[in-house]
Design a protein around this ligand. Structure first.
Ligand code: NAD
Ligand code: DAU
Length: 358
């Protein structure tokens, strides 16, 4: 690519949401160069992007956001104009067993990125139509847990309960601090639970699909009474696109599906869909449901008020839960080799074959 209209670094672009963001931006904005910077942890897989990996405006760089030299190299080599920061350790259960990994990537890694942006954008040479922007992709979990009623708004106080949500909350505070202290142009969005293709099968929905398919127990924490607000991943990436291009620096937007489900009701719905898809008698998959020990510090209920985003930028979720789940189940059932690859560790071999010898 000769002279891109903008060089956008997407961190964590080989993960679940990141790969959808990279795909959307690479296909929709051929004038931008998208630099996917990802460490390829167990959760990052380049197979998620095999359909766009040869596009002219796409570059993959294997790297770790906790390594400031690697980040500076990318800013330098690709003249980075803007960052969409998704790289993170993202699984709450892992944060309970290994909190330090979350502190390092989610907090320290974010500060290294902020420092690079601050340094490189100090004497800005902006491209026409492209502004400098550090876009922090965050979570509704920073707000803690709701009771029976109410919604999280952008004004809700931060009250994280897990090492994961505490690390994301810390990162959000630091991103805002760099705006207030150094004038770094930032935006933050806090989104509810995503679901869809390429979701790593340790999270509730893909894990349940995989276990039902394989006739294994489906673990439901506690009594399955906890509530999450689910959003189809492509609705999230549409919001990210709108916010990236239109939000004023310093703004925060909440993104949610207006779609609350008790875990146990969601699992029953999935079981029904799976019975139909696998030609099983109604009720067969539900017999796999297994109530297990609850997650420590398990947040009771999340629900998002995204009216500000609707009012300011006209966004609203388009995909209904029943349709999104149907699409998601179809995708997992027709991509057994993807599940095999990402869960077997054979992926690294694929990476070595495909990229390290280029
Ligand atoms: P994921 O775990 O699927 O992907 C994370 C990606 O980050 C992987 O590709 C991984 O290799 C990469 N990564 C991890 N550590 C890294 C490091 N040190 N350096 C470079 N890359 C590294 O996560 P996800 O579910 O796609 O979430 C992406 C972002 O969105 C996260 O910041 C998460 O907090 C946020 N978020 C997720 C959800 C959700 O429901 N999944 C909802 C709201 C916000
Ligand atoms: O709300 C946004 C967050 O959603 C993101 O910030 C996180 O990165 C993402 O992982 C997700 O966090 P949750 O903890 O809500 O997602 P998870 O899929 O792990 O769990 C969803 C609910 O299901 C939660 O109440 C815990 C429960 N659960 C989870 C698993 C993995 C089970 O009952 N059984 C399980 O096996």
């Amino acid at each position: 690519m000769n002279s891109p209209a903008g060089n956008i670094m997407v961190t964590g672009g080989a993960g679940f949401i990141g790969s959808h963001v990279v795909r959307l931006f690479v296909n929709k904005y051929p004038q931008y160069r998208i630099v996917n910077f990802d460490k390829l942890t167990y959760a990052g897989n380049l197979t998620n992007l095999s359909d766009i990996e040869k596009k002219q405006n796409y570059v993959f760089v294997k790297g770790d956001i906790t390594d400031k030299n690697q980040i500076h190299e990318v800013f330098q080599n690709y003249n980075i104009d803007a960052v969409i920061h998704l790289a993170a350790e993202s699984h709450v259960d892992r944060s309970i067993s290994s909190p330090m990994d979350f502190v390092m990537t989610n907090i320290v890694g974010t500060v290294h990125l902020l420092n690079a942006a601050r340094t490189f954008w100090a004497t800005p040479e902006k491209r026409e139509g492209m502004r400098h922007l550090f876009y922090q992709i965050s979570t509704d979990e920073v707000y803690g847990s709701l009771g029976e009623n109410g919604l999280f708004s952008e004004e809700s106080p931060y009250d994280p309960h897990s090492p994961y949500s505490a690390s994301k909350a810390s990162a959000d505070h630091l991103v805002r601090a760099y705006h207030d202290t150094y004038g770094l142009p930032i935006v933050i969005s806090n989104c509810s639970n995503n679901y869809g293709p390429f979701h790593f099968p340790e999270k509730l929905i893909p894990l349940a699909i995989m276990n039902i398919r394989d006739n294994k127990p489906v673990p439901v924490y506690g009594k399955g009474e906890n509530i999450r607000d689910w959003l189809f991943v492509k609705d999230h990436t549409k919001a990210i696109d709108l916010i990236f291009h239109n939000a004023l620096p310093g703004k925060t937007y909440n993104i949610g599906g207006n779609n609350e489900w008790k875990n146990i009701d969601l699992i029953h719905l999935l079981c029904k869909i799976m019975d139909r898809k696998l030609n099983r008698t109604d009720g067969t998959s539900a017999r796999l449901i297994s109530f297990v020990k609850d997650r420590p510090g398990h947040d009771k209920r999340y629900a998002i008020d995204s009216s500000l985003l609707q009012k300011d930028l006209g966004w609203e979720p388009e995909v209904k839960m029943e349709d999104g789940l149907e699409q998601t189940v179809d995708w997992y059932l027709s991509n057994p080799e993807w599940i095999q690859t990402v869960t077997s560790g054979s992926y690294k071999t694929y990476y070595e074959q495909q990229y390290l010898h280029r």
